[in-house]
Design a protein around this ligand. Structure first.
Ligand SMILES: NC(=O)c1ccc[n+]([C@@H]2O[C@H](COP(=O)([O-])OP(=O)(O)OC[C@H]3O[C@@H](n4cnc5c(N)ncnc54)[C@H](O)[C@@H]3O)[C@@H](O)[C@H]2O)c1
Length: 304
């Protein structure tokens, strides 16, 4: 398959591209910036409808994996731009895919589609009342995907990621404090996380997340019962991340000081996700728990 990926230069794209290639597919990487070093990436601003049309006409991808977006923290600073990139451009992209016969679309959604809830574990059936422009745009894209699946039989598969952790610097999300706890500890620097020590959010290690995308994309259409799937791995508090890092780096200097705007976003997210539909429909099964992630990530970061 010829697989076009938007936002391929980002935190997820960097790890997803090799996995999709490993599965034997041809990958067309696109992002805002053309990569002069490798010449491997095509420049595509997804808000440029004419550029999207021209690229689809030229390249005729079979599948599209749509990652390009502004994330939660950046999104709250620039809500209008976030709406244009995350929602208007995504609708245009879905429409171009349909016109150009793209057979399958993968869409990166998020736990930010949920708002504050009394439930500690939420499923796909629970209400989505997001409190950020980021969450609003992602929830609307999921609704659009559901509508296009019914109206046009368009095969759009949304995956709701928890906060993702990798050795690549994060791109402006609110779970970034976890990445920085690892990056700064390995570098021997102190780090003050912008949340309370007891903040608990769902988290996943990137190798599991990119494998999930590949597996969802490859699942037979007939086995999928939902437009959007929760996936889940583990949900530690910020203090539990600190404890896990201290096992590998006993000198780590990690403290917590809550920053209200970011804490509000964190507090609006669910503690944990029910991912039983992903497990039964397409065999989702995470490999990494907190300490396994810490051991692997510390090793990777030390090599950098
Ligand atoms: N990283 C996470 O923890 C996380 C969690 C949940 C969901 N997601 C979703 O996964 C997707 C990828 O996230 P990421 O962490 O790789 O983010 P990132 O910020 O690292 O990467 C996003 C990429 O999109 C590109 N981009 C931004 N505006 C664009 C535009 N107008 N046209 C083309 N490209 C544009 C950026 O240049 C960047 O390379 C996003 O849709 C995000 O909402 C990420």
């Amino acid at each position: 398959m010829k697989v076009l990926i938007t936002g391929a230069a980002g935190q997820i794209g960097s790890d997803l591209v090799p996995i999709i290639r490993d599965f034997g597919h041809e990958v067309i990487e696109t992002d805002l910036a053309y990569d002069e070093e490798t010449e491997a990436r095509r420049s595509l601003d997804i808000t440029d409808a004419d550029a999207c049309e021209a690229l689809f006409r030229e390249l005729k991808p079979n599948w599209v994996i749509h990652l390009a977006a502004l994330l939660s923290a950046k999104g709250e600073k620039r809500p209008d731009v976030t709406y244009a990139i995350n929602l208007t451009a995504t609708k245009n992209l879905f429409d171009r895919c349909r016109e150009h016969g793209v057979e399958r679309i993968g869409f990166a959604s998020t736990i930010a589609v949920y708002g504050p809830s009394d439930k500690s574990v939420v499923s796909e059936e629970d209400a989505r009342w997001p409190t950020t422009m980021y969450g609003v745009t992602k929830a609307a894209c999921e609704n659009l995907a559901q509508y296009y699946r019914g109206r046009f039989d368009q095969d759009i598969r949304c995956i709701r990621f928890p906060g993702l952790i990798s050795d690549v610097p994060p791109g402006g999300g609110t779970s970034d404090y976890v990445n920085h706890m690892y990056i700064e500890s390995v570098a021997g620097r102190a780090y003050q996380a912008f949340c309370r020590a007891n903040t608990r959010i769902p988290i996943m290690y990137m190798p599991d997340a990119v494998r999930a995308v590949a597996e969802l994309m490859m699942a037979p259409k007939g086995s999928l019962t939902k437009a959007a799937y929760n996936i889940s791995a583990f949900s530690p508090t910020a203090q539990e991340f600190r404890d896990s890092i201290l096992k590998e780096i006993p000198t780590a200097n990690l403290t917590f000081e809550s920053v209200q705007a970011r804490q509000d976003i964190l507090d609006s997210w669910p503690d944990a996700l029910d991912d039983s539909a992903a497990r039964s429909d397409w065999g989702w099964n995470p490999q990494y728990d907190l300490d396994a992630m810490t051991r692997d990530l510390v090793k990777l970061l030390k090599r950098k």
